[in-house]
Write a protein that binds this ligand. Structure first.
Ligand SMILES: [Zn+2]
Length: 138
């Protein structure tokens, strides 16, 4: 199994899931997106925010989206535990995307297979496809 080095489980799941499963909730997440999240944190070298509900913030569905989640697409990669939305401290999403795409063969970025264009947050996912890195328009 893989647990993130740089994120706690409550940064990947919502409060209901965390309350019910605690640290066992790692079992729901695709290890590739967890490695991708750590990779992003190490590649950029600054704090990265995914879910922040644990500290009173507004985000609880930026990692896993369970059946109780009513936002986003029905077939979103978040629903398959393959995706995260994040904010990289002091780096605008568009700049982060350009840097990832320009360095997509970097070992720390190897598990990202898809990225969403033109959002003011950074969506990355580890969907099981051959492309690297696919760009999708939400
Ligand atoms: Zn997303």
């Amino acid at each position: 199994m893989y647990k993130c080095k740089h994120f706690k489980i409550y940064e990947l799941v919502d409060p209901v899931t965390y309350k019910r499963f605690g640290d066992e909730a790692w079992m729901f997440l695709n290890p590739l997106i967890l490695m991708a999240a750590d990779g992003i944190r190490e590649y950029f070298g600054v704090p990265v925010t995914i879910n922040n509900w644990h500290w009173g913030g507004e985000f609880q569905w930026s990692g896993l989206r369970t059946v109780f989640c009513t936002i986003g697409g029905k077939w979103s990669q978040h629903r398959f535990a393959n995706a995260i939305d994040c904010d990289i401290k002091d780096i605008p999403a568009e700049e982060a995307r350009q840097r990832i795409l320009a360095n997509q063969n970097h070992p720390l970025l190897q598990h990202i297979t898809c990225i969403e264009a033109s959002t003011n947050w950074l969506h990355i996912d580890s969907r099981n496809i051959k492309d690297r890195i696919r760009i999708v328009y939400p």
